[in-house]
Unconditional design. Structure first.
Length: 393
């Protein structure tokens, strides 16, 4: 009989604060193994080390706590050691643990709720089915994810009525045993030790009146496939069914930053905002954007360049070379819903040497945008306002 209880000690709570504050002792990269959680000194970003010894970003707490109960397993390593894993560049993102939370995109234009199955597979679930499966509090299971995080998932057919998603933990109303649904069999978890070894969480156990028969082999201990947060051998963050539409139109946003004076060492200076508008017939995924530096200036004047969606930074720092900086993600930088406009802002850190001249950013040609749309339209070049450069007063 499986007896599951929640417990959280003061010691674990203290360790959580200790680890996430960056004050934990630093260990070497050799001490971190595939399956471990790591973070760099001074950072709060936690990564999962895949079986391929590459890093997989954990995008939000909802995803983290679908796999783990607390922060106690996070290992702090030096930045140089972090860079030994795939040059410190994440190979993908960890998706929600199958059968735990439900997700939806964090946009007002799409209210679709999805159940999550193995390898980041999404199955749309309507409110009636969710109510029948999870009860009146089903909406508390819904976690919002950013558009960029959504690209880590693959949307398949809707979840059949009355069927729990693969990965669900089920408990009959008339018994105490817990079962793991693998898509074919309802596998009994034979002990609390086996439950804990696979990092299952009792808060995700669904008590159901649905009739089912136990099948397959019992879960008697840890199973690598069940605890692999990267899943699919570490190859995730690939969407085989990208959303598409007939066209994307690029234009200068009416509220783009006005001409002003930039000073050396200025951080996150707003250089200009561009509108990306999708046609009404389909959602567009933008995969790359090439930004052109123009004006009486040098490439080195822009020390770090970023793309932002509102207050959300979409990219790591980019460097200007030959007058251009290119931002690219084969799985998508951002998504523009059908018939809507997304405004993307270019920001940069101004170098100490940028003490004279002027500078502006532009999208110079349709070919400088790669997307899933059939065509990129606009009156090119689309150029933001010119900024003056001056030394410190």
């Amino acid at each position: 009989m499986l007896n599951l209880r929640k417990s959280l000690t003061v010691g674990v709570m203290a360790l959580t604060i200790f680890v996430m504050s960056g004050l934990a002792s630093v260990v070497s990269a050799a001490s971190a193994q595939p399956g471990d959680l790591v973070k760099a000194v001074g950072s709060k970003v936690v990564y999962y080390v895949g079986s391929d010894s590459k890093l997989y970003n954990i995008p939000n707490e909802g995803t983290y706590f679908s796999w783990y109960k607390d922060w106690s397993g996070v290992i702090t390593i030096s930045v140089s050691d972090l860079n030994t894993y795939g040059n410190g560049i994440p190979a993908g993102s960890v998706t929600m643990r199958p059968g735990t939370n439900l997700i939806k995109r964090d946009v007002t234009t799409d209210n679709t709720v999805y159940a999550v199955e193995t390898n980041g597979t999404l199955r749309a679930i309507d409110s009636a089915n969710a109510l029948a499966l999870y009860g009146s509090n089903w909406m508390k299971k819904v976690v919002k994810v950013s558009d960029q995080n959504f690209l880590s998932y693959s949307v398949k057919t809707a979840l059949p009525v009355g069927q729990y998603p693969i990965g669900s933990l089920l408990k009959k109303t008339t018994g105490s045993d817990v079962y793991y649904y693998d898509g074919t069999n309802y596998r009994k978890i034979d002990s609390a030790a086996a439950f804990n070894a696979n990092r299952f969480n009792s808060k995700f156990v669904v008590k159901t009146s649905m009739s089912f028969t136990a099948g397959g082999t019992d879960i008697t201990g840890v199973e690598s496939d069940l605890i692999n947060a990267a899943q699919n051998g570490g190859v995730i963050n690939v969407n085989p069914n990208p959303v598409t539409g007939s066209g994307l139109t690029v234009s200068l946003n009416a509220n783009t930053a006005a001409s002003t004076t930039l000073i050396p060492t200025q951080a996150s200076a707003n250089l200009g905002s561009f509108n990306f508008t999708a046609a009404n017939d389909g959602t567009i995924t933008v995969k790359s954007v090439k930004v052109h530096r123009i004006g009486l200036s040098s490439d080195s004047y822009l020390q770090n360049v970023y793309l932002y969606d509102g207050n959300t930074k979409l990219t790591d720092a980019g460097s200007v070379s030959g007058g251009y900086v290119t931002f690219a993600n084969s799985n998508g930088l951002f998504v523009v819903s059908a018939g809507t406009t997304k405004t993307i802002t270019v920001k940069a850190d101004i170098a100490t040497t940028a003490n004279s001249g002027n500078i502006a950013v532009a999208i110079s040609a349709a070919s400088d945008i790669t997307s899933t749309g059939a065509a990129v339209n606009g009156t090119f070049p689309v150029t933001a306002n010119t900024m003056s450069l001056t030394g410190l007063p």
